[in-house]
Design a protein around this ligand. Structure first.
Ligand SMILES: *[C@@H]1O[C@H](CO)[C@@H](O)[C@H](O)[C@H]1NC(C)=O
Ligand SMILES: *[C@@H]1O[C@H](CO)[C@@H](O)[C@H](O)[C@H]1NC(C)=O
Ligand SMILES: *[C@@H]1O[C@H](CO)[C@@H](O)[C@H](O)[C@H]1NC(C)=O
Length: 511
């Protein structure tokens, strides 16, 4: 890494001797090339799906469909480059969709080599066999001088010498590829935590940690469901110290707590990295919500359940957020909650289900108050003030400390304030999209036993609250910072207790 401050010392070496001078100049060029900021782009894509079929189509028909999607992505890539973006992320399943069997996806797959082979498919398209999609992506990157991130399928033949080799003699991987601004393949990531319905793919035997360096920071890459698990997502940040995460996704929104924009941006905030998240757009499958998220703020996002349009987003990001002077201090998530005396109230607790998990709730019965609710090791404290206690809306404070087991197993500790679907307390935890009650002040905290806590504040209409309106204090309190009344739909501190996950939780047995 070359910082501006080193430039003076290296150029001072110029007088000492010729060979060093050449090296020093190279260092100078590098440090001039290093950028403090960059322009990131993500494209939310309404993927054109193939017709459902039980028998595989021909490779030609598969390519026809993929080229239709690539025509749309091409427009977005060109426009992003014209607007000065250095890198663009396109969604998972963005070239042919997600509805396949193992056999019907086969004609869409290409053999994607290890990037170490040093390959520019645009200039050498036939070096590794048939690769029309890689060639087209590489040319788009090269001709527009922009890094292009895309998701496609990789196939790897195997035989009986490999005892894990599937009966049809090949591995099929859900794969992210990155081409640099000269069209060179610089990264290939095989998705590790496959989502249950992804029967068309195999998972790699060990979690791949894929990173690459650029003049605008160090990047790591993973896909969709991976964001819920420790490996490779957290490892890329904690161990490999990446600055930015590239995140192609095909995310189906699940209110109240797992909606794309609030959850992905809370991960950027909780982990202290940039996240470039590109989602598919398909409202009937609840897929929308892309954005460019910095640790300290959401730079731009898109969430649209009204139209069927794709959307290009651009934003400027710091190349190395960790060394920025206003980089968030480490948060002790349980400091306040452990020292606070639990608020007592005569309000009864009751159970309620949020996305298949049984929470412990207590109702907020007044316009102002303090409540504590506990489940197992987790106690959640809330202080709040509403503009007015409406009779047609009910809010609860909830705690959950347990293993989520639906569509994947992961251990959560969650403190949440949420609006119930109706005034019937049995509906608390059921998704609801609008809210009229305004909160003028709030403070939410919990006795988490993990340091991985992801804070989110979602307003009526599944819109995000702005950072101007709330903050996370270093003692772990999520607090309002202005008295602007906010129509809160749900607010949460979602803690992930990775060491209580069952082994190989994200995958194993799924494919
Ligand atoms: C799907 O089938 C319809 C009717 O046969 C056809 O018009 C359409 O072009 C097909 N779509 C694709 C993506 O192949
Ligand atoms: C959205 O996805 C569904 C499959 O889940 C598909 O039937 C539908 O045609 C898609 N909508 C659009 C606009 O492509
Ligand atoms: C809630 O707790 C805070 C902090 O302990 C206290 O200042 C405030 O008066 C309490 N409010 C109510 C309504 O009990």
């Amino acid at each position: 890494m070359c910082r501006t401050s080193q430039r003076h010392s290296t150029s001072a070496m110029v007088t000492s001797c010729f060979p060093i001078c050449v090296i020093a100049l190279a260092v100078c060029v590098l440090s001039v090339g290093a950028l403090d900021t960059f322009i990131a782009a993500v494209y939310e894509h309404n993927v054109i799906l193939p017709n459902r079929t039980e028998t595989p189509v021909s490779q030609e028909d598969a390519l026809l469909l993929m080229n239709k999607n690539l025509d749309v992505l091409e427009k977005a890539i060109k426009l992003a480059a014209e607007k000065g973006a250095q890198i663009i992320v396109t969604p998972e399943d963005g070239i042919y969709g997600w509805v396949f069997s193992r056999e019907t996806i086969y004609p869409y797959l290409e053999d994607i080599p290890d990037p170490q082979v040093n390959w520019i498919p645009c200039t050498e398209p036939n070096r590794f066999g048939r690769a029309p999609v890689q060639k087209r992506l590489s040319c788009l990157a090269r001709e527009n001088s922009i890094f292009v991130v895309a998701n496609m399928g990789d196939k790897k033949e195997c035989d009986s010498s490999d005892s894990n080799c599937p009966p049809d003699g090949r591995y099929q991987y859900n794969t992210d590829v990155v081409f640099d601004s000269e069209g060179k393949l610089v990264a290939r990531y095989h998705k590790y935590n496959l989502f249950k319905p992804e029967v068309q793919y195999n998972f790699p035997k060990v979690p791949p940690h894929v990173t690459f360096d650029t003049p605008f920071g160090k990047f790591g890459i993973f896909t969709c469901f991976d964001i819920l698990f420790y490996d490779p997502a957290v490892v890329l940040v904690d161990k490999f110290q990446v600055d930015s995460i590239l995140f192609p996704t095909a995310w189906m929104n699940t209110l109240p707590l797992l909606s794309a924009v609030p959850f992905h941006s809370s991960w950027a905030r909780g982990m202290g990295v940039n996240v470039l998240a590109a989602n598919l757009h398909n409202t009937s499958s609840h897929m929308t919500g892309s954005g460019i998220y910095a640790p300290e703020a959401v730079k731009v996002y898109y969430y649209d359940m009204e139209t069927e349009s794709g959307q290009l987003l651009l934003a400027k990001l710091k190349s190395r957020p960790r060394i920025s002077p206003n980089y968030a201090a480490v948060i002790d998530w349980s400091a306040y909650a452990k020292s606070a005396k639990p608020f007592t109230s005569d309000q009864p607790n009751f159970p309620g289900i949020v996305f298949f998990d049984e929470f412990t709730f207590t109702e907020l019965t007044k316009d102002v108050g303090n409540y504590t609710v506990c489940q197992k090791d987790l106690c959640c404290h809330l202080g709040y003030k509403m503009s007015e206690k409406r009779t047609d809306e009910v809010y609860v404070l909830g705690a959950f400390d347990g293993l989520h087991t639906f569509d994947g197993e992961y251990y959560f500790q969650i403190c949440t304030l949420l609006k119930c679907q109706t005034t019937d307390l049995k509906t608390c935890g059921t998704p609801i999209a609008s809210a009229f009650t305004k909160f003028q002040a709030f403070s939410l905290s919990g006795t988490f036993t993990t340091r991985y806590v992801f804070p989110q504040v979602v307003l009526s209409g599944t819109q995000l609250a702005s950072e101007q309106h709330y903050e996370v204090l270093s003692d772990g309190r999520l607090e309002s910072r202005s008295d602007v009344p906010l129509p809160i739909l749900v607010m949460a501190l979602c803690g992930r207790v990775y060491d209580k996950d069952p082994p190989l939780s994200g995958q194993g047995g799924y494919s």
